[in-house]
Design a binder for this molecule. Structure first.
Ligand code: UDP
Ligand code: MG
Length: 328
């Protein structure tokens, strides 16, 4: 049963469109003007939910004005800038539709693609991803770094994300409810959407140019997102610490042995050399072993703390339990 039905709201729309917006007062009017007729032609009930991620311009006033004109457009406003991923998650959590589409506010995610996403959903796909075809609109540095990053991510985590798979996608209510149960604070949606399974479709599209302004993704935010992705899906970086620790401790123990042996074999080492090298090597050896053990436990703790479900059940074919004592 869909949770919109659980909420018991008869007004719950079939489709929600979630749009995170950070200083997008110039782009939103254009997006809404293009998106509304597309939604109107779909023959289903809809809502648009714009999440203002602490904008400093007139974005919030605009959202309120849009809501006045069209009550199916709703808004949420963050107290400050929490970042795109959090705005996205807040919007997904507040959306009421049986299917939810997330898209950017800057027209780089063309509204004309919405009917295709909905069509795939109506055919039973529960996750409909879009795949940005590499175009010259995206700076080559960004294209290259994204391609490299996702390749690295896939190698480290075993979860494949294709480069160009951004946050323009449709999720069925069932998948969304599963995702919203994940309590980890750095939810890396791009990875989890791939991890979670379910029947899925991919729709390719050509990315447009950002209509107005520069990317709201600063380098810092991008690095943060990238690291969040790797650290929430992989303990390989910690494994590398373990390995380095063990290698360093081996070298240190060898240094210790060398110092002692060379002192015995030819006694003419500089006075104090043997004891200082021996002490330093043995201490470093122990230190690096400790570091290796600690990083292994840290990896385990990380896994437990995330308390991610071990599996997701999507359907059940079951015989209802019979009462043990007959009613007769
Ligand atoms: N965004 C946001 N908070 C931020 C940065 C961006 O809500 O801190 C929104 C932004 O308004 C846009 C979407 O996230 O709707 C994608 O951002 P942007 O277009 O700047 O990223 P890019 O397309 O360059 O990756
Ligand atoms: Mg953009």
């Amino acid at each position: 049963m869909s949770s919109s039905a659980v909420k018991g709201s008869t007004a719950a729309p079939t489709l929600s469109v979630v749009i995170p917006a950070f200083n997008e007062e110039h782009n939103l009017p254009r997006l809404i003007a293009e998106l509304s007729p597309v939604l109107g032609d779909l023959d289903l009930s809809w809502e648009i939910l714009i999440v203002d991620d602490g904008s400093g311009d007139g974005t919030w006033d605009l959202i309120r004005a849009l809501h006045q004109q069209e009550p199916r457009i709703r808004g949420l406003r963050f107290s400050r800038n929490f970042g795109h991923q959090h705005a996205l998650i807040a919007g997904l959590a507040d959306a009421r539709g049986d299917a939810v589409i997330s898209m950017d506010a800057d027209m780089q995610h063309p509204p004309a693609l919405v009917p295709e996403l909905v069509a795939a959903w109506r055919q039973g796909k529960k996750v409909v991803c879009t795949l940005r075809k590499d175009s010259d609109e995206i700076p080559s540095g960004k294209r290259l770094s994204s391609r490299l990053y996702y390749r690295l991510f896939s190698a480290l985590s075993g979860v494949e994300i294709k480069s160009g798979m951004a946050d323009y996608r449709l999720l069925d209510r069932q998948v969304l409810d599963d995702l919203l149960q994940f309590r980890e604070s750095g939810l890396f949606l791009r990875g989890l959407v791939q991890w979670i399974g379910y029947p899925r479709a991919e729709v390719p599209f050509s990315c447009g140019t950002r209509v107005e302004g520069k990317s709201r993704y600063t380098l810092r935010k991008m690095v943060q997102l990238a690291w969040n992705g790797v650290s929430s899906f992989s303990v390989v970086p910690l494994r590398i610490v373990t390995l380095l620790g063990l290698m360093a401790s081996l070298a240190a123990f060898m240094g210790f042995a060398y110092a002692i042996i060379s002192h015995w074999m030819d006694g003419n080492t500089a006075p104090g050399w043997t004891s200082s090298v021996a002490i330093v090597s043995i201490l470093f050896g122990i230190l690096f072993v400790c570091l290796a053990v600690l990083s292994e436990y840290l990896g385990r703790i990380l896994d437990e703390v995330r308390s991610r479900p071990r599996f997701i059940v999507s359907e059940r074919a079951d015989v209802p339990l019979q009462p043990l004592v007959s009613q007769a």
